[in-house]
Design a binder for this molecule. Structure first.
Ligand code: PLP
Length: 452
């Protein structure tokens, strides 16, 4: 039958991204999805699953929206593609740039477009290095990122990434990327007596010399690294540290952007404005491939002022009109349906649900949420914070038990933690959250029965 054929053809012909290749070759894909509607997806066996992580934290408005299909169709008929190289432009990329300027905080009013998060970060790194070169400081190239950060998989982005497993893919990183320990707020404020001072961003800036540091990049809330929410005052301290030394602050809003955290952007939770912001995923809710680098007008003006030459950086699909039309419709839906507000309200329900799981199950602790981005951790002995033996793949097992109960979640098992991540589409209601929590609870119970 068709499902069997697809499985065999997948094993034979498809090289999956971020997948254990041997497992896929031997057992075939875990799930072959063919439809999506609202918060649900359907596989080729006709089983329906709640997508509790919005696929890759990106399907913010849910699946199968008629208006999105219409926007894409109309744009393809009007102007399917056009380049904005060599000073050309198109109506949709201009409208989207204008819309983003309205939505972003402060004076982040100029957009450069890419096809995704990695390309956006790569572009941001090149832009800040280009700036310092034009400024007469070509040695000012170093970029400080955080341990457990995730910034993508192109060479610069993977070198910035602080989840160490991604390093194992490459024999050498791009030069000039350094990693600091996250969330050492006191150190960033200047407490040099702190034991970890040398590993803080400030400690590294001091050791390397601020005149060598081009930028700091961080996610407002770390996603892949474990849904790590910064303590109060951290982002502000980093903002002030960057200001002190004229270092660019880049925030990676690829997951946080467009409502995920209950605010339009992650940084809006702490009211700081970076110099450069990178976005992707939620900008189109995954309906088309699109990313962007949003920068302060002053920065663009200075770049223009310093050189009349071509800025030799651009992708064929920079400013793709169909992707931009789809993004515009997506942003219209987010605003019209107040999905940012819904993320905040339903985020509170998700938080309650995860706290309930902590009470109910002895293996769960450290529930955390910000808007509709959350996680819960698994411990063999939570009183002493002892994790499970890594060979048990605890988070993976719980997620597999969720799959058996028609719920898709994501294990996060980096940096010694076993966490289960939740990031449902921003259209969820209270009943949906209850169903997600019920199924997750049953899955944890099944895991507990096996583990003890
Ligand atoms: N930055 C963050 C915070 C991400 O979570 C991701 C992807 O998960 C990326 C960058 C890379 O984006 P892309 O996969 O679109 O290249």
């Amino acid at each position: 039958n068709n499902a069997d054929h697809l499985k065999k053809a997948d094993q034979q012909y498809y090289f999956h991204p971020t997948t254990p290749l041997k497992l896929q070759q031997q057992s075939g894909p875990g799930l072959i999805i063919k439809e999506g509607q609202g918060i649900n997806v359907t596989d080729v066996q006709e089983d329906v699953y709640i997508d509790g992580v919005s696929s890759l934290w990106n399907v913010n408005i849910g699946y199968g929206r008629q208006e999105m299909a219409e926007a894409a169709k109309q744009q393809i008929l009007n102007l399917s593609y056009s380049s904005s190289f060599f000073n050309n432009s198109n109506d949709k990329v201009i409208q989207l740039s204008e819309k983003l300027a309205e939505l972003t905080p402060g004076d982040l009013n100029v957009s450069f477009f890419t096809s995704g998060g990695s390309e956006s970060n790569e572009t941001a790194f090149k832009m800040v290095r280009h700036y310092w070169k034009l400024k007469g400081n070509p040695e000012r190239t170093k970029i400080i990122a955080l341990d457990l950060s995730y910034h993508g998989v192109t060479m610069g982005a993977t070198s910035a990434t602080g989840v160490r497993e991604f390093d194992s893919m490459i024999t050498s990183s791009a030069p000039g990327f350094l990693h600091a320990k996250p969330y050492l707020t006191d150190c960033e404020k200047g407490d040099t007596s702190h034991l970890d001072y040398e590993t803080s961003i400030r400690g590294i800036v001091e050791k390397e010399g601020p005149e060598t540091i081009a930028a700091v990049i961080l996610e407002p809330v770390q996603g892949v690294g474990g849904i790590n929410i910064p303590p109060e005052g951290y982002l502000k301290a980093v903002r002030e540290l960057c200001d002190e030394h004229g270092i660019f602050m880049i925030t990676d809003e690829v997951i946080c952007g467009f409502g995920r955290t209950g605010k339009m952007f992650g940084v809006d939770n702490w009211e700081i404005v970076p110099d450069v912001m990178t976005v992707a995923k939620g900008i189109t809710s995954g309906y088309m491939q699109l990313g962007a680098v949003l920068l302060k007008t002053d920065l663009r003006d200075e770049l223009a002022e310093m050189s009349e030459d071509v800025f030799f950086h651009g992708f064929t699909y920079s400013g793709h009109p169909t992707a931009c039309a789809v993004a515009l419709k997506n942003l219209e839906i987010i605003e019209k349906e107040d999905l940012v507000g819904n993320a905040k309200r339903m985020g509170a329900e998700l938080h309650k649900g995860l706290k309930y799981l902590e009470e109910k199950h002895k293996v769960t602790a450290k529930a955390r949420t910000i808007g509709l981005l959350g996680a819960i951790e698994l411990f063999a002995d939570r009183e002493n914070e002892n994790g499970f033996d890594p060979s048990l793949h605890a988070a993976q097992q719980v997620v597999e038990e969720c799959l058996n109960r028609n719920l898709l979640l994501r294990p996060l098992a980096f940096g010694g933690i076993n966490a289960v991540a939740l990031a449902p589409p921003l259209i969820v209601n209270k009943k949906d959250i209850e169903t997600i929590i019920e199924r997750l609870s049953e899955a944890i119970k099944a895991f507990e029965n096996k583990a003890f």
